[in-house]
Design a protein around this ligand. Sequence first.
Ligand code: HAM
Length: 423
Amino acid sequence: MCPPNLKALGGTSDIFPSDSDAWQQLESLARHTAHLYGFREIRTPLIEEAAVFTGALGSTTEVVTKQMYQFEDRGGRRVVLRPEGTASIVRAFIEKGLDKTGGLVRLYYMGPMFRAERPQAGRRRQFHQFGAEMFGSASPYSDVETIAVLKRILDSWGLTGWKLKINSLGTPEDRSRILDFIRQKLEPHKDKFSPEELERLEKNPLRILDSKEPVCQVLCGAIDFSEVIADESLDRFDQVLRTLGHMDIPFERDPLLVRGLDYYTHTVFEVVHPALGAQDALGGGGRYDGLVQGMGGVSTTAVGFAIGLERVLIALEALKAVPATTKQPAVYVATTDPAEIPEGLLQAEQLRERSIEAVVNLEDRPLKRQFDQANKLGCRFVIVRGAAEREKKVVTVKDMNSREQRELTQADWLATMADLVKE
Ligand code: HAM
């Protein structure tokens, strides 16, 4: 016996048809846009070995230390519900040997991700991302093109009012200079930090820049680590920014943007939206030139992003721009006598063969209730089947908008219905 009152787990949601139409529209627009840029879909498993993420995302990142759903499976393996897509895709990329073939590989993905965070608006334990990853180009133009895909997807959704923040973390060598620089700047203020912040300062000072503690925010606000980044990296970043300008993609340089995952090199970016409140990132990404090699593959440069679809819907709701529900069956096949139902089933099949969405009455119930249901479903036409129609060899159709009723001959009812539905 099941216990009563079973509910979805906190931070997870059911998506009913009233909302799933909007989801499908967002997904298909994003898919279409990704295809315009030559990206093709990859689908990877929702569960992976824990090692796929622990090394890739960084052992001191919150996603790894606090948020991964990990457990031992029946075979004693440590597995994880994927908290993000990039590391899974790099694992798949290497496993398939794509790192050895060279050339450009463009992949996109969408689906659920899992992070054990404290649920609140815009922060779910199961959430959905649309992401894209481009492998095999070190060119600054590949950063720009990746951002261009992201922008075109946001535009296709009718999303306005967002801001693109961008920064550079340079090469791994630059990065270790950045870490020393942050330590040096913050060491004199150690007494003001909580034990948690002190641990961050020691283990991975970049993470302290993400801190929400006011004292950290003030102290970090004065840090601009671009002064310890090599000229070559700064030139590269400059080229990215100039090309974004050339492409009319607006951005704002944010010297404190470091992103919450450790695999990034050079360009990092985030799209924020004011409708989101505290969780203001709609999406983010950047380059991760060391990850393929770090996960055991042949050194391959890469850049990508992921967008959080729940947050996109929150922003679209605020803009009153959520795609409207459009899908309704066109035709309802009603029957005045239950003996007509088998013929009604056949008639509905004929409509579907013409790609006309049809719903058929399956119960012994009054015609009035069938019309009520047709109305509720939003059907434009109701076909009525009964003894009279059978005798006269006609098909009666009622237009629910004009209330007009007409009789069609058995020879041409289907072709006429197809024309009527198209109108
Ligand atoms: P991320 O910044 O961790 O990056 O996540 C990307 C987006 O997923 C966020 O901006 C947010 O919209 C959404 N998101 C993250 N956590 C949650 C949550 N708990 N609830 C709702 N939405 C959430 C990545 O995941 C990287 N893999 C992006 C990337 C791709 N970098 C390079 N390639």
